[in-house]
Design a protein around this ligand. Structure first.
Ligand SMILES: Nc1nc2c(ncn2[C@@H]2O[C@H](COP(=O)(O)OP(=O)(O)OP(=O)(O)O)[C@@H](O)[C@H]2O)c(=O)[nH]1
Ligand SMILES: [Mg+2]
Length: 234
């Protein structure tokens, strides 16, 4: 089994495997529920974004900073294995951001995010925040297992990654509320099939909503903003 997230890779052929995975996940679930209460008490909505590395999570949040001005406020908890880079990118946009580095782990867990929520609360002004985004570590597998306390989970796949991703990484889609297809400006250059991606995602999760965006051309940004506005606790 994967020693980072406990996924079911069987690396211990012929050896006895102790299943501590279940209790770890139960503990994580409890902490996640605490996080959710905490975010609610702040009057905010928590959104966990998961994707493969480089799908465009931080770029979309940067674009959201420009587009959301005057509509709603938000902060970002950034998860990465190493570096403060994504939080720095977000802060350059005037948005409060906290960086969590996992030091090797392939996902955020509820305990790490708990610390991040306290820090983001301290950096937010007296008016608080409408939305707290949690940008998970770039990985379409492990983050799907760990509830962080979010109210909404978003899964993102970029056009160059291919339209077979929902079928190949089903868990990420089964537990998500919204599927964002990013880098739509690259559609003319790749064999990405919107039909395949949408049909597979809907087959796995009939309730999942689908949005196509491009941070380069601005395509889909209006729909993204109205989706977010519809989630606010006002
Ligand atoms: N063409 C195009 N490129 C994009 C778009 N969005 C992001 N990119 C590029 O994709 C690369 C990765 O973008 P990031 O936003 O850093 O991706 P990420 O998902 O945050 O990456 P990790 O945090 O490392 O997982 C950058 O070079 C971006 O400029 C888009 O809409 N269109
Ligand atoms: Mg990023």
């Amino acid at each position: 089994m994967c020693d980072q997230c406990g996924c079911q890779a069987n690396t211990a052929r012929g050896r006895k495997v102790l299943d501590i995975n279940k209790s770890l996940l139960e503990e994580n679930q409890k902490l996640g529920e605490e996080n959710r209460r905490h975010i609610q008490e702040m009057g905010a909505v928590g959104i966990n974004i998961i994707s493969s590395p480089g799908a465009g999570k931080t770029t979309l949040l940067e674009a959201t900073a420009d587009a959301a001005a005057g509509h709603f406020s938000f902060g970002v908890i950034e998860g990465d294995i190493e570096t403060e880079r994504d939080a720095e990118r977000i802060r350059k946009k005037g948005i409060p951001a906290v960086q969590i580095t996992t030091g090797g782990a392939c996902h955020l867990d509820a305990h790490l995010v708990h610390g991040g929520i306290h820090q983001i609360q301290d950096t937010a002004g007296p008016e608080g925040l409408d939305i707290i985004f949690i940008e998970n570590v770039g990985n379409l597998v492990c983050p799907a297992t760990f509830y962080l306390g979010e109210h909404q989970r978003i899964v993102m796949v970029s056009v160059p990654e291919g339209s077979d991703k929902p079928a190949k990484y089903p868990r990420a889609f089964i537990g998500s509320d919204l599927f964002i297809i990013s880098k739509a400006d690259l559609l003319p250059y790749f064999d990405f099939s919107m039909e395949e991606a949408s049909e597979e995602a809907k087959r796995l999760n009939p309730d999942i909503k689908i949005l196509t965006v491009s941070a380069v051309t601005g395509e889909g940004m209006e729909h993204w903003l109205s989706y977010l506005s519809g989630l606010l606790n006002r």
